[in-house]
Design a protein around this ligand. Structure first.
Ligand SMILES: *Cc1c(COP(=O)(O)O)cnc(C)c1O
Length: 352
C-alpha cells in the first residue's frame, strides 16, 4: 500500500452519527447527541472487525446514549491542563513530557481520556510546535519525549519525520516514544516508508493500544512485525473496559497474543473517570483479580503493570494484588500464584 492510500482508508468508513445509525440500524437521535460531545470515526478496516454493535469492538467505537446520560464526571480528571506549561505539552514527571502532536485519530474510542480535546482541537500549528520544542530545549532535565495526541501517526510521514528530527536535535533528549493505536486501529498505516522514516530517529519506542484479542488480526500482527523489524521496541497499553476485556480469559489471550506479535504488555490502565465514559468503568477489585489470574499462569513477560492514574494530577500508581502478607525485621511472608504461603528470611543487618 502506498503512502497516500492510508489517508483514503481513514476517511472511508463511518464519520458521523448519521452514518453509524444507518450502518448499525439504530436510532439516530441519541447517537447525534453523543456525537455532539465527542466525534465519531470508525474507519473501514476497524469497521470490518465489528461483528455486532454490542460486541467488544463495537462498544469501543460506536456512540452510545450512555455517554450523555453520564453527568457525574469531570472532563479533565487527570488535571493535564493544569500541568501544561505551554499549549500541547504536559510536563508532570521530572524527566519526561507528553507532546500532543495532533488531535486526530483513525478511530475515536468512546472511552478516550482526552475526550475534551481529541477530534476537535485543530492540529497544532508550526509556531505552536516550535514553542513546545523550545520548552523542551530549555529544560535540560527532559530525557524522554512522548509524542502522543490524538494519534501522531495521523501526521504524514514528512511532517512526523520533521517533528522527530527536531526533537532528536535537542541534545539532552535521550529517547523518543511514539504512542499510537494505528497498529490496531489501521495497520495499513504502518507502511515500509513509515518504518524507514521512524528508523532515522532512533532510539524510538512505540507504545500501541490493543484492548481485545480479536484486534490482533493477521494485518495487525504484520504491522507490529514491520515496526519490530525496524528495530523499534514495542509496548502495549490496554485500558480495562467493562464489557470489552474485563475477564481473566480475554485478558490472558490478549497478553499472550501481544507477546507473540513481539509487543511487550506495558500498562493495564484502570479506566480514568472521564465524563461520558462511566459505562466503561469497572471496579479495581476486578483489575486486581485479573492480574492475579495472569501472574504465575502465563509468562511474566506478558504481564503488564496495572496502574491507576491518580485524579488531580497525581500520576500513575501501580495497584498490586496483596501477595506480600507480612514484613518484619526477621522475615517476609508471601503468597504465591497457587495461594500457597512461604517465608523469606530477611538479610541480617549485622552482616556487613
Ligand atoms: C503516563 C504519562 C507519562 C509517561 O509515564 P511512564 O510511566 O514513564 O510511561 C508522562 N507524562 C504524563 C503526563 C503521563 O500521563
Amino acid at each position: 500500500m502506498s503512502t497516500s492510500d492510508w489517508k483514503t482508508q481513514v476517511a472511508s468508513g463511518i464519520n458521523s452519527a448519521a452514518e453509524a445509525a444507518l450502518h448499525f440500524g439504530t436510532e439516530a437521535a441519541s447517537m447525534e447527541k453523543a456525537a455532539n460531545s465527542f466525534p465519531v470515526r470508525i474507519n473501514k478496516y476497524y469497521l470490518s472487525l465489528i461483528q455486532s454493535p454490542h460486541d467488544q469492538l463495537g462498544r469501543q467505537v460506536i456512540p452510545s446514549p450512555l455517554e450523555i446520560a453520564d453527568k457525574s464526571l469531570n472532563g479533565d480528571p487527570l488535571s493535564e491542563d493544569a500541568d501544561s506549561p505551554v499549549p500541547h505539552l504536559v510536563h508532570r514527571y521530572p524527566d519526561r513530557v507528553l507532546l500532543l502532536a495532533t488531535y486526530q485519530c483513525a478511530i475515536y474510542c468512546r472511552f478516550c481520556t482526552r475526550r475534551r480535546s481529541v477530534g476537535r482541537t485543530p492540529t497544532p500549528t508550526d509556531s505552536e510546535m516550535s514553542k513546545a520544542l523550545s520548552y523542551i530545549a530549555e529544560h535540560t532535565e527532559i530525557r524522554d519525549v512522548i509524542v502522543s495526541g490524538g494519534d501522531p501517526l495521523m501526521l504524514s510521514d514528512p511532517v512526523l519525520g520533521s517533528l522527530l528530527a527536531r526533537i532528536r536535535a535537542i541534545k539532552h533528549v535521550e529517547i523518543i516514544r511514539v504512542d499510537s493505536r494505528m497498529p490496531c486501529s489501521m495497520p495499513h498505516r504502518i507502511t515500509p516508508e513509515l518504518c524507514r522514516e521512524l528508523q532515522k530517529h532512533h532510539p524510538i519506542y512505540i507504545n500501541t493500544h490493543f484492548n481485545h484479542p480479536r484486534e490482533l488480526t493477521p494485518d495487525a500482527v504484520a504491522a507490529c512485525n514491520r515496526l519490530a523489524d525496524a528495530g523499534i521496541p514495542l509496548g502495549n497499553q490496554t485500558v480495562l473496559l467493562k464489557g470489552v476485556n474485563d475477564d481473566p480469559e480475554t485478558m490472558k489471550q490478549l497478553m499472550r497474543g501481544l507477546l507473540a506479535a513481539r509487543v511487550k504488555p506495558y500498562y493495564l490502565y484502570q479506566c480514568d473517570p472521564v465524563a461520558g465514559t462511566e459505562h466503561f468503568r469497572t471496579t479495581v477489585e476486578k483489575g486486581l483479580e485479573i492480574i492475579s489470574s495472569l501472574r504465575g499462569h502465563i509468562s511474566g513477560m506478558a504481564i503488564p503493570a496495572y496502574v491507576i492514574d491518580a485524579p488531580g494530577g497525581g500520576g500513575k500508581v501501580p495497584a498490586l494484588p496483596p501477595d506480600v502478607l507480612e514484613i518484619t525485621s526477621e522475615k517476609v511472608v508471601v503468597r504465591n500464584y497457587e495461594g500457597k504461603v512461604f517465608e523469606y528470611i530477611q538479610a541480617r543487618p549485622d552482616i556487613k
